[in-house]
Structures are given as structure tokens and as C-alpha cells.
Design a binder for this molecule. Structure first.
Ligand SMILES: Cc1cc2nc3c(=O)[nH]c(=O)nc-3n(C[C@H](O)[C@H](O)[C@H](O)COP(=O)(O)OP(=O)(O)OC[C@H]3O[C@@H](n4cnc5c(N)ncnc54)[C@H](O)[C@@H]3O)c2cc1C
Ligand SMILES: NC(=O)c1ccc[n+]([C@@H]2O[C@H](COP(=O)([O-])OP(=O)(O)OC[C@H]3O[C@@H](n4cnc5c(N)ncnc54)[C@H](OP(=O)(O)O)[C@@H]3O)[C@@H](O)[C@H]2O)c1
Ligand SMILES: *[C@@H]1O[C@H](CO)[C@@H](O)[C@H](O)[C@H]1NC(C)=O
Length: 490
């Protein structure tokens, strides 16, 4: 009798280990052997969102402990977040991180569950019951609003939607922006603003990577010749990096249209600037100087400074944007901390399209999870979500919507380290066994939600690459979730 009991316990432990190793075949004898080397407790961690933050958090956890199983849940049927749907088509080298993410997803102790909308299909509390720890890394799926009259007129877009459109984000498929105007005004002077400006002005051959075919056709027919990139503060506060400015200055058949008056006194400040800001400013000054001497280029672009949007003005039809009214600002204070204060003056700029690129914004996922509405992040301490034991966060939803992939990698490793510490220090109760994906799959099944596994995503990938070949591109993205699913499950 006692023997039987022990035997039964051993089998249970084996099954646990087997789940952890990602094997499904029940072979008690090999499992008993595995048991000798693996620890009996299998730690189950679930990560929400399969962008850079999700993958880098998973990578660090898998590397650091051999007894942890990591499950990634992703809303879309396809992984990689903004690496697929944000990074510009003329920066294909940035997307090489996908190779590392793929290795992580293919790890023995990692599983990908696509097509699962956490907060709708399954709650965060349900995930917490099924896992020892839950990491939220669901990014920033909203955008800041200008909050001005006329923002909803036709011809006004958020950069987030515009980028989603040319990069094939399913929810932006219908955007079909009207590119029949000559002048476009972009609000905001970050790297995203310059991504958009570049896509609008670039020769098509350098865009012809994984940009959608419909965006490529629209850009082919585009009448856009002039792009103004408008900032509320001055030249010393532009948010873009030098690489992006240089790319703008090097656009073929495009001259810069800056206002020399905007740069009065700027050269005197150079010597006191931190090095990256100094180099960026020097490059701008050089561009201003050379702009005078220029040429018969067909297209032009330029920064405009000290201007905040106050109203989008409609054309005669009352429906389409025809101009933007800008408040003229002055600066209070100096350096990065300088604030824009309106002078009371306004100025109208005619344009047929307005793109607001003033930042992305994270949204609450689930009423059970604390959310700092003012900062639009999950309130956290080194990645531990405030007041919620066992809940962690990484990436843009942890820090806010700034930083390159490398920043997101660092902060995801930090969160993984925090989680590992809590495992080691006993903050997390690891003595209980958790059902993990078994429990969640059952819940999802009962709700009629079918997941997309990583091999199923690879079928979508193969189909996209195949369709790309037809158009001479590395990939032609599927634009429709239904179509993705039918390819995945074919
Ligand atoms: C337009 C643009 C261009 C960029 N270009 C570059 C560049 O060239 N180089 C560079 O280094 N950095 C670039 N960045 C920055 C980089 O993309 C970010 O640092 C990084 O993607 C942030 O990672 P994340 O995982 O936090 O968010 P995301 O990449 O947004 O990933 C979040 C994931 O969570 C999923 N998700 C959302 N809600 C749910 C839910 N409810 N349930 C399940 N899953 C959910 C999303 O579908 C997404 O896959 C760019 C950013 C933007 C906006
Ligand atoms: N390296 C890359 O390859 C790459 C490419 C794309 C994006 N990214 C990164 O992704 C992150 C997000 O980029 P982003 O361009 O969206 O953000 P960002 O760099 O933060 O720039 C936002 C811009 O919007 C302005 N702004 C914000 N609120 C405003 C308001 N209410 N009214 C007027 N202007 C306002 C900001 O001006 P103020 O400074 O005055 O606030 C700033 O110029 C950045 O960290 C960026 O570096 C990196
Ligand atoms: C990431 O962390 C490393 C090591 O601490 C550091 O050298 C690097 O500058 C960081 N990168 C970014 C983009 O923050």
C-alpha cells in the first residue's frame, strides 16, 4: 500500500516534469530518469504580449533557470509586436532580432499561444491562478491625442495608425490615406515622426521590403511633395536621433526647407551641450546653411519649431482637413527641461494631411490590474506591479512609450532578474504546483477561442514569404486576421 502511494506520487511528479519539458508522451521510465537530473518543481511563468519585451523577458528566464516553463500569450496570430508592425520598411536590418526571438519561441520550455486577447478571452486573474507568476508586456496600443477641435476630420491621422497601415497591422488595413495633397504636416519631432516623413518622401525602391503592396501602390500615386515636421519646443529639444536626421538630409531628390531665423543664437549654445545633442544640433545647423544654396529637387521637408496645434481647419466641404492652426510658443527655461508657453499668437498652415506623432500610449488591460492613468503605465517597482503579488511588467507598458529595442531588452532583463529574485527569496510561493497552459487551454476551448501555436505562425510566415516572391519582396504580409487563421490552421 505504502509502495503504491509512493509510486503514485512519483508518477505525479513525473507528469509535472514532463509538462515542464514540453513533452506530452507519457513514458514513466524515461521520466523517472529525467527526474534524477531535473528538479521536481516546475515553475510556470506566463507572459502577456509577444513583442520585444515579452521575448527578452522569456529569454532571460529560460537561460537563468532550467526548471522554468514560459508561455507567451499574444493577441494577434502573429508574434514580434512593433518589430513587425512598427519598424520602418527601409530599416530591415533592425528586424534581425526576429531570429533571436524565434530561437526563444522554439526553446523546449517555451510555448507561444497566439490569437489570445488577454483581458477579453481570458482574464489576468485566471492567468495568475494558473501560473506562479504573470508578466505583462503588452506594449502601448493607444496613442496620445492632440485634443484639438477638428482632430476627427478626414485627412487627420495618428502616426500609430499611419505606421500600422503601411506595415500591415490588421486593424489599420482600411485606413487608405488620401495622398493627393501636396503638403503634409506632422506634429511631433521624434523618430516615429521622421519614419513617417521618410516613408512619404522616399524613393519607392528603398521601401520595397515588407511594406504592404497596397501602401506601395498608394505611395506610387502620391502627390505629396512637402513635409513639415512641427515641434512645440525649439531646435535644442527635438526628440529624434542623429541617424534619423541624417537619413532625412540624405533623401534623394529632396531639399531641406528650414527657417534660418529659428536657429538664431543656437551656435552659441553648442559648446555647453552634451555630446549627442551637440552633434545633432551641428548637423541641423549645417542643413540650414546648405539649404540656402540648394537646388531644383522636386520634394522638400523641414522642421518648424515653437508651434503647438490648436485647431484643424476644414476645407470648403467642411469634412476634410485643409489647414492647421498653430499657437506660437516661446520657451521657458532651457535644455531638455525647457517648457513651451504660448505667446497668444496663432498661425495657419495650409496642408491636405495632418499626422499626429506625439507619442504612443499604453491602455489598461483588465479591471483587476492597477493602472496609473496619468502616466499611462502599470505602476511598478523594478517591474513588480504595485499591490499585486505575482504580477510583473516589462517594456513600454512598464516604462512608457519611449526607447529603442535595446532599451526594452535591458528593462526586460531587469524585470526577469526581479522575478528570479522573488523566486529565490520565497516571495513567490513555489511549493504549490500550477496547472499552467493546461488550465488556460481548457478555459479558452470552452470559450470558443482557438490558439495559434508557433509552428502554425511559421505556416503564416512561409505563406507570406511565398507571396512576397511574386512581388519581388522578402515578404507580403497577410492583412486580415481571418486569413492568417485560415493559413495557420490549414
Ligand atoms: C513606429 C515605430 C518604429 C520603431 N522603430 C524602431 C527601430 O527602428 N529600432 C528600434 O530599436 N526601436 C524601434 N522602435 C521602438 C521599439 O519598437 C520598442 O522599443 C519595442 O517594440 C517595445 O516593446 P514592447 O514589447 O514593450 O511593445 P510591443 O512591441 O508593442 O509589443 C507588445 C505586444 O503585446 C501584444 N498585446 C497587446 N495587447 C495584448 C493583449 N491584451 N493580450 C495579448 N497580447 C497583447 C501586441 O499585439 C504586441 O505584439 C519603434 C517604435 C515605433 C512605435
Ligand atoms: N531608433 C529607432 O530606430 C527608432 C525608430 C522609431 C522610434 N524609436 C523610438 O520609439 C520611441 C517613440 O517614438 P516617438 O517618436 O513616438 O516618441 P518621442 O520620441 O517621445 O517623440 C514625441 C514627440 O511628440 C512631441 N509631443 C508630445 N506631446 C505633445 C503634445 N501634447 N503636443 C505637441 N507635441 C507633443 C514631443 O515633444 P516634447 O519633447 O516637447 O515633449 C516629441 O517631439 C522613441 O523613444 C524613439 O526613439 C526608435
Ligand atoms: C543596456 O545595458 C548595457 C549594460 O548595462 C549598457 O551598456 C547599454 O548602454 C544599455 N543600452 C541601452 C540602450 O540602454
Amino acid at each position: 500500500m505504502r509502495n503504491m502511494k509512493m509510486h503514485f506520487a512519483a508518477i505525479q511528479r513525473c507528469l509535472l516534469v514532463q509538462q515542464c519539458m514540453g513533452t506530452s508522451s507519457v513514458n514513466v521510465f524515461t521520466s523517472v530518469r529525467k527526474l534524477a537530473s531535473a528538479t521536481s518543481t516546475c515553475l510556470k511563468v506566463c507572459i502577456v504580449g509577444a513583442g520585444p519585451a515579452g521575448f527578452y523577458t522569456a529569454q532571460h528566464l529560460l537561460k537563468s533557470r532550467t526548471d522554468v516553463q514560459v508561455d507567451l500569450y499574444e493577441r494577434l496570430p502573429v508574434p514580434f509586436g512593433l518589430v513587425r508592425f512598427g519598424v520602418a520598411p527601409d530599416h530591415p536590418e533592425v528586424k534581425n532580432v526576429i531570429n533571436t526571438f524565434t530561437q526563444t519561441a522554439q526553446h523546449d520550455r517555451c510555448s507561444f499561444y497566439g490569437n489570445v486577447n488577454v483581458g477579453k478571452d481570458v482574464s489576468v486573474q485566471e492567468l495568475q491562478q494558473a501560473y506562479h507568476a504573470v508578466v505583462l508586456s503588452y506594449g502601448a496600443e493607444g496613442n496620445r491625442k492632440m485634443g484639438v477641435t477638428g482632430e476627427d476630420l478626414a485627412g487627420v491621422y495618428s502616426a500609430k495608425d499611419f505606421v500600422g497601415w503601411y506595415n500591415g497591422l490588421p486593424c489599420n488595413k482600411q485606413l487608405q490615406p488620401d495622398l493627393s495633397c501636396e503638403t503634409v504636416v506632422i506634429l511631433g519631432q521624434g523618430n516615429v515622426a521622421l519614419d513617417v516623413a521618410r516613408v512619404l518622401l522616399s524613393p519607392l525602391d528603398i521601401l520595397k521590403t515588407d511594406i504592404t503592396q497596397s501602401a506601395l501602390q498608394a505611395l506610387e500615386a502620391s502627390k505629396v511633395r512637402r513635409v513639415l515636421v512641427v515641434g512645440r519646443r525649439g531646435p535644442l529639444q527635438v526628440a529624434c536621433t542623429i541617424k534619423f536626421l541624417r537619413e532625412m538630409l540624405n533623401l534623394p531628390d529632396t531639399r531641406t526647407e528650414m527657417l534660418a531665423s529659428d536657429f538664431e543664437g543656437i551656435s552659441d549654445t553648442l559648446k555647453d551641450l552634451p555630446r549627442p545633442r551637440k552633434r545633432l544640433t551641428e548637423l541641423m545647423l549645417k542643413a540650414v546653411k546648405e539649404a540656402k544654396e540648394e537646388t531644383d529637387a522636386r520634394k522638400r521637408w523641414g522642421f518648424r519649431f515653437l508651434r503647438s496645434p490648436v485647431e484643424v481647419l476644414a476645407g470648403p466641404d467642411g469634412a476634410r482637413a485643409a489647414a492647421i492652426r498653430l499657437a506660437v510658443n516661446k520657451l521657458e527655461g532651457s535644455g531638455d527641461a525647457a517648457r513651451a508657453v504660448t505667446t497668444g499668437q496663432v498661425e495657419d498652415v495650409e496642408c491636405g494631411m495632418i499626422i499626429s506623432s506625439i507619442g504612443y500610449k499604453s491602455l489598461p488591460i483588465d479591471s483587476s490590474v492597477p493602472f496609473d492613468l496619468k502616466r499611462a503605465i502599470l505602476p511598478n517597482n523594478l517591474g513588480r506591479v504595485q499591490d499585486t503579488s505575482g504580477l510583473y511588467c516589462s517594456g513600454w507598458v512598464k516604462r512608457g512609450p519611449t526607447g529603442v529595442i535595446a532599451t526594452t531588452m535591458n528593462d526586460s532583463f531587469d524585470t526577469a532578474r526581479t522575478l528570479l529574485q522573488d523566486m529565490e527569496s520565497g516571495v513567490l510561493d513555489l511549493s504549490v504546483s500550477k496547472a499552467g497552459s493546461g488550465a488556460i487551454s481548457a478555459l479558452l476551448g470552452s470559450r470558443g477561442v482557438r490558439v495559434v501555436s508557433f509552428p502554425e505562425w511559421e505556416k503564416i510566415n512561409t505563406e507570406e514569404v511565398r507571396r512576397g516572391e511574386v512581388n519581388g519582396k522578402p515578404r507580403e504580409k497577410l492583412l486580415d486576421v481571418k486569413e492568417m487563421l485560415s493559413v495557420a490552421w490549414s
